[in-house]
Design a protein around this ligand. Sequence first.
Ligand SMILES: [Zn+2]
Length: 183
Amino acid sequence: MGDELIETIIKEIEDNIEKAVGVGETGLDFHHTKDLEGRRRQEKIFKLFIELASEYELPLIIHARDGEKQAFKILKEHPLEDVIFHCYSGSLNTAKNIIEEGYYLSFSTMICFIDHHQRLIKDLPLQSILTETDSPYLSPFKGKRNEPLFVEEAVKKIAQLKNTSIQEVDRTTEKNAKKIFKI
Ligand SMILES: [Zn+2]
């Protein structure tokens, strides 16, 4: 992505900012980018979107893959009011640091079939959690395209793992989302 293209994208967002309830996804994908130069470039662009969210007082939705710790480090230097780490797949330690800062973690339907995510959810408070599907990827049903409707499966699984009711997970995650997005 050239700098000019980034500028165009940011301008486009600013021109339509009154329609926005958040800024994102943006962040660091170190899973696909291994070279240092590429990673530094992602960090530079990430900071531009942090500035944008800060300027318009909007929540920032972060995509961080193998870069959760680094994304959090950058946020420590440029703190924001509301931040969601979408489709969180990082370590428990980084998750705890994120939550301590008052930020949120969003768990996708991956929670239905990945041990790591299931272990994470057991140790994290519902008050800091959101649910999503990241459809059409990460379907809870093998061989089937993921749909927004299947968010129900993530909610059910979280309730089971945390030994609480589906209603409780539903109510708390919805309350979290409404608070963050002011909807
Ligand atoms: Zn993403």
